[in-house]
Ligand binder design. Sequence first.
Ligand code: BDP
Length: 722
Amino acid sequence: MFKSIACTILFSFLCTLNSFADDGYRLWLRFDEIASEEVRNDYRQSVGQIFIDGDSPILATAGKELSDGLSGLLGQSVPLLDRAADGPGIIAGIIGQSDLINGWVTTADAEKIQEEGYLLMQKEQNGQQRIVIAAKDERGVLYGSFHLLRLVQTQSALSGLHLIDNPKIKMRVLNHWDNLDRTVERGYAGFSIWDWHQLPEFLDVRYTDYARANASIGINGTVVTNVNANALIFRPDYLEKVAALADVFRPYGIRIYLTARFSAPIEQGGLETADPLDAGVQKWWSDKVAEIYELIPDFGGFLVKANSEGQPGPQNYNRNHAEGANMLADALEPYGGVVMWRAFVYSNEEPEDRAKQAYNEFVPLDGKFRKNVLIQVKNGPIDFQPREPIHPLFGAMPQTPLMMEFQITKEYLGQGTHLVGLAKMYEEVLQTDTYVKGKGSTVAKVIDGSLDGHELSGIAGVANIGTARNWTGNLFGQADWYAYGRLAWDPEIAAESIFEEWTKMTFTHDPEAVSVINNMLATSHETCVRYMTPLGLHHIMGPGHHYGPGPWVSRMPRADWTSVYYHKADEKGLGFDRTASGSDALSQYHPDFQKELRDMDKISHKFLLWFHHVPWDHVLSTGNTLWVELCREYHRGAAAVTAMKEQWNSVSDHIDPGRFRQVAMHLDIQEKEAKWWRDACLRYFQSFSKMEIPADLEQPEHDLEYYESLRFPYAPGIRPRW
Ligand code: BDP
């Protein structure tokens, strides 16, 4: 009797705990028992035991992940065996090193598997049923294991399974804009997860969970420091801290990289110059690199922001970007390290359209970089705006491997509160045709190296991760981290299928709820563009913190930090003429690309005001004048957020209360802010168009003065410098 009361109390305590427990910490790595017993039984037949043939930290990770994950999903222990037992189960190992695996894999299949790739198959041989994970290296086994877990988690069929999956891009890295004081530039999820003060001794469990999450989506590198770099990271005690993180990441196949402040030889080395052609400077970097590799033998290399927004660089010494990058590349080369040199440069002195400057500086340097240098290019020519055309550098530097830089943190897309499924935007960029080698020369093919035959290839995502319990602040930010990893592995995966995986792994398997959530993710980027920067508008956000609307911003330390520089609203019309009659930024693209954008009556409305200054009364293909279309777009965007709230409410029965509320509260903020963007921008542009907002649309609540008067001195993500 007493026992049963105690059990009841314990059970209800656990239930209570459970209803509080779902705070999103587990990300998509949720391995709760599959509800249907039939389905569980089915999987028990095929993946009920595991044997990993081989012994290494990464293989051990693969085994542990499989065993833990499957045990959770199947509701019973899925043991990790020390030899292949009779009976069905998983066997995994490295081709060429494991006789067992060799015996299961055909030569034809083995030949198709590349570095980090894997074969995942279900096969019957000599009366034995196996799920085989075979790779050429241990990371391949790890990625294959996570793939198998994903299949079970999404309840996909395993019978007849036979797939070979190779990563299309070699370096798949996160960029943390994390400062050593734990603030995160453009971070909206709390503070930096790197607790530098307590490292190297104190190893937060988050470091391991972070590595697991990244490994599960194929991310194999991380730059742990901000691009606006601090040379202190090169001090020996800090390097020991970096080494401690590297040790945690290594069993998950993740390499560590650092940002290199170009003036570090002065600040940390006490030299008088950081001139890349100076022998003393070269020696300082070589010695520093040797010291790093001593501590971290698999160190990845440096990411560098130079001569951009006040950062030091080779131009301080009248050297060019290639001379700067090559000096660091030479120091790293003996150890196999790389330099990721950013092309995000624009100059204050330069009167040229900011959208053109990186191209002008970098194209002449094509062919002048060392083999271990990659140029890291933001997706668009300005700066991670809600929507930008592709950066003209893609396809314009055939002799140099170009890395993609996407922003996962939503600096310009609603920051910590808006639900915006970024995979759609990534997909749009990756699938854009540059035409440089004929039709089909997509950005994806430029960056995966296949268009120009590059050995090195890379992609970077500016992380949205912080100390928030759910990692990303906004729960749906997890979807962006997830999607980034999946697209980094294979830029050809359709955004919609990524959404579906993520939703099933993160929230629910209920088909209707899955389709509602997928639809929210799939349409929300367009929605955000509509209520912030429709029709190709860009860079009209609040100053410094970049929070909220600020189309009126006209006084900043530099003209190209203002909004008026970009929208060019006047009595006649709106938009930046980047055709031949204007800045001619259009000429930096391939002629076939230009053809699609040259004519304001033929260009897709997505980019209309990016490339054209359009009269307010110009009639667009929709039959509306520019002014009316602008009003309607802003209203469509805000209305779509209200609709998204209803969609979310409709799935409430399928989501645990904790996570449901988190999202619902953020959607309330998003709805309020979407209206704010709409009304503030329309009021402002109306002061030029002098036209009425169509009467059937809700009129702005306040006058322009009110919107302009709003101030947010403590908006997150800002740096003291701004
Ligand atoms: C801008 C950010 C700024 C970054 C810069 C960069 O506002 O904080 O330092 O990009 O990418 O988007 O270097």
